[in-house]
Design a protein around this ligand. Structure first.
Ligand code: CP3
Length: 345
């Protein structure tokens, strides 16, 4: 069944007069309707595992803004949770995972049937797909193994990227074993999302920035390619978007992968450089600084204009260079969408 989704058309290489639009963290705390359901659900994890509420939250930004794609409401840390780490989200402090993974305990995290624990997520996908019009795409996602591993190793958002690099140099076989385990689980998880109805998938490598080339290749580019191959071998028609944040000119290595249908660029990347160096290999998505949407007004539309101009003759998906923050006024989001849909006028 072919859906008339402008988002899927862009990813298949069609040039469009007006790019399709979706936003990272488009569902979340900046929306009053999210905050209301979130309060009702109890914890963030309760919300992720209640398929009625999670599906409702996924659809909220589509209803409010008529976006071209919905992104499944879940989190990249659900895989570590399903593997057996206790997961909590402390208000204002971010995620906590316990116990941290060590060379001594890694074997106790093997051979768990993660799909059983994650089954409510697939239910969310089913319900959401059923609640979307045919011209709206549903994006599934997972964290990239390196990014997920940083949380599993540190037990929280890592404040010290050097420590993680040291970890890799000191105990390469352990970190590699953890990444290998995550590659396998991520393939299973994404394939199950697709079988439940996801039309495309995105892999978030939020902590890929700043790694020296051979390390980046070993912990990020290579594992993402293996995941994408595992997904493509089961579902060759499903587009895969990679978001390797902060990798600069090394983005070319991701874009050149045969398995990469789209690449998300971050707000630190020069869009003219991306147009010249990435668009020949894959479909570029995103780039706008999420903080300019907090500012709004002329500053915001001025910042969005280069993306429309530079990518007008190649397929492009409009998005941010990272997710919305809670302080984002929803009216600014509406104004941005209006500006893009009017062709930047
Ligand atoms: O709208 C969407 O983007 C879909 C859902 C989604 C969430 N997290 C919901 C969420 C997606 C795609 C993610 C990805 C994610 N989660 C990433 C990669 C992208 C990125 O932002 O870099 C990472 C690193 C995480 C891990 C994570 N989850 C952190 C560090 C935090 C706490 C920080 C924060 O913003 O509070 C979360 C919690 C989280 N995930 C929230 C949401 C809406 C906020 C939780 C709440 O409502 O209290």
């Amino acid at each position: 069944m072919k859906r008339q989704s402008t988002f899927l058309q862009a990813l298949s290489g069609e040039v469009q007069a007006i790019p399709p639009i979706w936003f990272m963290r488009q569902a979340g705390r900046y929306l009053p309707e999210y905050r209301q359901l979130r309060a009702q659900a109890g914890s963030f994890l309760d919300l992720c595992f209640d398929s009625d509420l999670a599906s409702e939250v996924t659809l909220q930004p589509i209803r409010r803004f008529d976006l071209d794609a919905a992104i499944l409401f879940a989190d990249i840390l659900l895989i570590p949770y399903a593997m057996g780490q206790k997961l909590t989200f402390e208000e204002g402090e971010g995620p906590r995972l316990d116990p941290v993974i060590t060379p001594q305990n890694i074997d106790t995290f093997r051979r768990r049937d993660i799909l059983e624990t994650l089954s409510p997520v697939f239910e969310t996908v089913r319900k959401t797909r059923a609640g979307l019009e045919d011209d709206k795409a549903l994006i599934g996602f997972a964290g990239a193994p390196w990014t997920v591993a940083t949380y599993m190793l540190a037990g929280r958002s890592s404040r010290d990227p050097a420590a993680l690099r040291q970890w890799y140099y000191r105990d390469r076989s352990f970190v590699t074993a953890l990444i290998d385990l995550l590659v396998d689980h991520t393939v299973e998880y994404l394939n199950a999302q697709i079988e439940a109805g996801a039309d495309a998938v995105q892999l978030f490598d939020t902590w890929a920035g700043g790694l020296p080339w051979p390390v980046l290749d070993a912990v990020s580019v290579g594992p993402l390619d293996r995941i994408a191959k595992g997904v493509k071998s089961a579902h060759p028609e499903i587009p895969i978007i990679l978001f390797p944040k902060g990798v600069g000119e090394k983005a070319v290595e991701y874009a050149m992968l045969a398995t990469c249908d789209g690449i998300g660029i971050d707000y630190g990347m020069d869009p003219a450089w991306a147009r010249a160096n990435l668009s020949g290999h894959t479909v570029v998505q995103g780039g706008l600084d999420p903080l300019i949407v907090v500012a709004g007004g002329d500053q915001m539309t001025k910042a969005a204009t280069p993306f429309l101009k530079l990518f007008h003759d190649v397929p492009y998906v409009f998005n941010l260079g990272h997710g919305f923050i809670p302080a984002t006024p929803p009216e600014h989001v509406a104004a941005l969408i209006d500006f893009i849909r009017k062709g930047g006028a």
